[in-house]
Design a protein around this ligand. Structure first.
Ligand code: BDR
Ligand code: CA
Length: 315
């Protein structure tokens, strides 16, 4: 079977980097047709640089990388340097990328690429604030049927928020974009904190990646060790969640996951609950579901999948 065509929309971020590496390490199943960058964890100048660095680390300098929106649709940009470090990819020593960004704006490229695609041909994994995706849908609604599925990392319901008590970071940074996307009618699968907090990184697993003895292994171990320190402080010694690769893992092995179809609305008014993803889990309002909300994962299978992809990226 031909590899499934995907676009990764991202704000790297160490966990974003792992989403990219998981996709690049699975070329028989996934064809990464492009990477679009958005401001989020750190400003756009860093997220674009980081995406290029990860393509180079994976030996995938043939991947077109695009700069997208440098700020959310309505609100001011909120970043997360306290989690990801000043550059967003703190941990290892990085040089500057030798690869260049594509000249086209990410939103223009998304619209052009999707319009040229067959219906349901392209899957998108958005793992940052949804600004680029919402802007593309607003600019050209005819792209909606071209998207097979949006497999989103964002939101939280049962787990509570991580940037405010009510909201997860990606949904909080651009709640208006999330609102546009959840109303778009495009099939959505959501990997929220409800599921990403069910798979915590064991120290031994991070060490096993370092033991690969490859550049990918060394850099990944250094990224994850840096990234994890924030979550260990916050959540305790059990290990930190690794959010963004859940989207790619779902595409590779959907049998690792379970959840149910539900209607989701995004708060865009109240400061107290801004960006909260309100899931009608019990169908209280009898609205047609607009997403599959994932709640469970086979954590062992998830970490094994990532490990295998990193091995495949040798040397
Ligand atoms: C999400 O926010 C970012 O810090 C991570 O990269 C992930 O996409 C988790 O809330
Ligand atoms: Ca991210």
């Amino acid at each position: 079977m031909a590899a499934r065509k995907i676009i990764i929309d991202t704000d790297p971020g160490q966990d974003d980097a792992l989403a990219l590496l998981l996709a690049f390490g699975s070329p028989d199943q996934l064809d990464v047709v492009g990477v679009t960058c958005v401001a989020g964890n750190v400003p756009l100048s860093y997220t674009t640089r980081n995406a290029l660095l990860i393509c180079e680390l994976a030996g995938r300098t043939d991947t077109p990388v695009f700069a997208g929106c440098s700020r959310p649709m309505v609100r001011d940009l909120v970043t997360a340097e306290e989690v990801h470090g000043k550059t967003g990819l703190d941990g290892p020593e990085w040089g500057e990328p030798t690869m260049s960004l594509q000249p086209q704006h990410a939103v223009d490229w998304l619209v052009e690429t999707l319009l040229a695609a067959d219906d349901g041909e392209i899957t998108i994994c958005p793992v940052g604030p949804l600004t680029n995706i919402a802007m593309a849908l607003v600019r050209e609604p005819a792209i909606a049927p071209k998207i097979r599925e949006l497999v989103i990392m964002g939101g939280a319901y049962f787990a509570g928020g991580n940037i405010t008590p009510a909201a997860e970071f990606n949904a909080y940074v651009d709640p208006h974009a999330s609102d546009v996307v959840y109303r778009s009618g495009v099939p959505i699968v959501t990997m929220s904190l409800d599921v990403t907090h069910e798979a915590l990184m064991a120290k031994e697993w991070i060490a096993s990646i370092g033991a690969l003895g490859t550049e990918v292994g060394d850099k990944t171990e250094a990224m994850l060790s840096f990234y994890e320190r924030y979550d260990l402080d916050r959540y305790g010694d059990l290990g930190g969640p690794l959010h963004d690769p859940a989207t790619v893992a779902y595409l590779l092995k959907p049998e690792l996951y379970s959840g149910k179809q539900a209607f989701v609305a995004v708060e865009t008014q109240s400061e107290l609950t801004m960006g909260m993803t309100v899931v009608d889990w019990w169908g209280a309002k009898r609205q047609e579901p607009n997403c599959t909300w994932i709640t469970e994962v086979d954590a062992e299978g998830f970490f094994a999948l990532i490990y295998e992809a990193l091995v495949a990226l040798k040397p």
